[in-house]
Ligand binder design. Structure first.
Ligand code: GRA
Length: 383
């Protein structure tokens, strides 16, 4: 066991950190305040190869691996968490096509996502199907050579800006989990409308509701076979959860860095506030939260790179990292006091953004359910 990063991964960290500090940090506060979607950054992150980290060279990737993607996700989220979401919106659909798509689907659709030329998204959640994916109501009914899709997908990142989407719907509802199918669709085609949704944080990552009304999907839009959808969805979520967990570590780190810097500079009662044991107690907890979450993320990523099952480890990483981000952001805000609460400083943004990690890509409670039910023998997380 070696806890040091390889030379290659250390170089990835430097590249991602410099990118984040030069390209994202200067306008992060303004982008968040104004809710700007940084389309230019989607393309630039494609140009530097971030989305390609887990994609083979033949489809435009570098195949550096999941550890590289975790490192990139952490560095981006440390500077502006909302921009980290762009990674998953490109990589998630590309990975799903890679796992379950035909050669033609891979050849046609993966490279534009990896280059950041086509903007991606994925549509699982519905108004009455959040944690309970199988409760979705969307249907895709065979029609002529293709399918007709009807249904509403909500809380979809990139809904208003995406060109393409991976969408899950029932082709045979009577079969329950085994009747769900996955599709790759063109969101510029007729029959789909979008409504923007407002939220507490992650303002530079647009979120919306997509309504499909007799939306036609050509035959070649089906990913894998009819009925494969639920398993494809779980596979997809297992991989996007990992980069999401790494993003949460980035927010936990940003909050810890802000708290330590402030404690070393702010003086009250004739001394630096870092000299008070109550502040030291909080900082120690923040560091342990961050470090333990990062180790769990690295373990899940290492297993993915070794092509070993890692659903259980990914759920542990996602749960620990989401809680670390929320704990550290809350603790940093208390240490900075009024400066933490002020919108002139980034800590209140870290707190708003941190809360999303306890909800997206499977809530903290869903991760705990997966972890505990595995321990109790009710169902295996790794299969
Ligand atoms: O027996 P079978 O052949 O029917 O198969 C069952 C099971 O073996 C069937 O599915 C199979 N299965 C899996 N197969 C492969 C289950 N899990 C897996 C897997 N990981 N791999 C049914 O299984 P089940 O356990 O009975 O299913 P369930 O109880 O209906 O649901 C399970 C569970 C609760 C874990 C699932 O619904 C779930 O993960 N829910 C959370 C939903 C979620 O994560 N949503 C996130 C939406 S996307 C998002 O947030 C975007 C954010 C963007 C960003 O910030 O990055």
């Amino acid at each position: 066991m070696d806890f040091n990063l390889s030379e290659e991964l250390a170089a990835v960290r430097v590249l991602a950190r410099e990118f984040a500090e030069n390209e994202i940090a200067p306008s992060a506060a303004k982008d968040d305040r104004e809710g700007v979607f940084r389309r230019d950054l989607v393309a630039k992150m494609g140009e530097v190869g971030f989305y390609g980290a887990v994609i083979p060279e033949q489809y435009g990737g570098t195949e550096l691996g999941f550890m590289a993607l975790a490192i990139i996700s952490e560095e981006i989220a440390r500077v502006h968490s909302a921009i980290r979401v762009y990674l998953n919106m490109q990589v998630g659909p590309a990975l799903t096509l890679l796992k379950a798509g035909s050669d033609e689907q891979k050849k046609n659709w993966i490279p534009p996502l990896v280059r950041g030329q086509a903007i991606g998204c994925f549509a699982i959640t519905e108004p009455d199907a959040g944690s309970d994916v199988a409760a979705m109501r969307s249907t895709a009914v065979r029609n002529g050579g293709g399918y007709v899709l009807n249904g509403t997908k909500t809380w979809i990142s990139n809904a208003s800006v995406a060109d393409q989407a991976v969408v899950f719907a029932y082709t045979d509802r009577a079969q329950k989990h085994r009747g769900m199918s996955a599709f790759f669709v063109d969101l510029k085609a007729p029959g789909v409308s979008c409504r923007d949704l407002e939220k507490m944080g992650a303002h530079s990552s647009p979120t919306g509701e997509l309504t499909f009304d007799n939306f036609y999907i050509p035959r070649n839009g089906l990913i894998g076979k009819e009925g494969d959808g639920f398993k494809i969805c779980m596979w997809h979520l297992n991989h996007t959860r990992l980069s999401c967990a790494a993003g949460a570590v980035g927010v936990a780190r940003a909050a810890r860095e802000a708290a330590v810097a402030y404690a070393n500079q702010r003086e009250q009662f004739g001394q630096k506030i870092g000299q008070f044991q109550m502040i030291q107690d909080t900082i120690a907890q923040m560091i342990v939260q961050e470090e333990s979450a990062r180790l769990l993320v690295y373990r899940a990523a290492a297993l993915a790179d070794q092509k070993q099952p890692n659903n259980l480890e990914t759920s542990m990483a996602k749960y620990a990292a989401a809680e670390a981000a929320a704990f550290n952001a809350d603790a940093a805000l208390k240490i900075l006091g009024a400066y933490g609460y002020s919108t002139e400083f980034p800590v209140e943004r870290y707190l708003r953004d941190s809360k999303s990690y306890q909800i997206v890509e499977g809530s903290s409670n869903i991760q705990k359910l997966i972890i505990a039910q595995d321990a109790l023998g009710y169902r295996k997380a790794n299969r």
